[in-house]
Design a protein around this ligand. Sequence first.
Ligand code: ADP
Ligand code: 5GP
Length: 236
Amino acid sequence: MAPTESTKTSQSDPNRARRLVVLVGPSGSGKTTLAQRLIQTRRLNCAFSVSHTTRPRRPAEVHGQDYYFVTREAFEALQGANGFAEWAEVHGNLYGTSMAELDRHFGAGRDVLFDIDIVGAHNLWRSFGGRCRLIFVLPPSWQVLVERLVARATETELTLRRRLRTARAELQQVLASPAPWSCLVNDDLAVAVSRLADLIDAAEGDHDGDRSPLVTAFLDAALADPRSSDLPSTEA
Ligand code: ADP
Ligand code: 5GP
């Protein structure tokens, strides 16, 4: 049983336990966009958790803003010192949320937004229980997901297929998850940001009920798309 903590206190209460808002969902579903817009609205006092990663920095990325880019040796040293609240290996690279990053935001009285994989989400939920808002972000359809990923122009054919395969696996994992997920469909962005704020503000345990029909429909579309099937071992 996960630990719980009352969250039915007001935004301005300095003693209110700070919430962990964990956005999980297929790459291209809009997690980064939603997180940025939510912070811009200033409706909630929240900040984005900057993860550590061993992945090479992409040209547009900024150290300390998008990620803390570190060597595998530095990452493993921090792991050895119990410096991570959670970590996971994704596509061959290590990613983790440092304890220092959490302390930095909680110390300033802010809720924290995460864009992490489902393994990391479960680990945060096991540690922080009812303080977590687990939100699974979906685009309006599988077809729209593929279109947004292609339009973002960050993927090659191979990395697109890898991301679609990961998306399929995450859909299967969220269906099987024991954790209390809410689903957020990111169709009209302004509507989705408002709904995200409502989900975060909802009382502990007040998540949006049975997620299975929506996720199952999405998974069916994923399974029908050969681009999300397992890659030949030479390409994996
Ligand atoms: P993620 O962080 O989940 O990988 P992004 O936030 O990078 O996804 O969004 C993927 C692409 O979809 C980006 O090009 C973004 O501008 C676009 N996008 C995000 N949300 C919407 C939306 N509601 N409507 C249309 N395009 C969107
Ligand atoms: P990308 O390399 O595209 O930025 O991220 C790849 C994946 O790693 C995404 O699913 C992202 O959510 C996940 N990720 C990013 N940071 C973390 C983290 O700190 N912990 C975990 N568990 N996953 C992360």
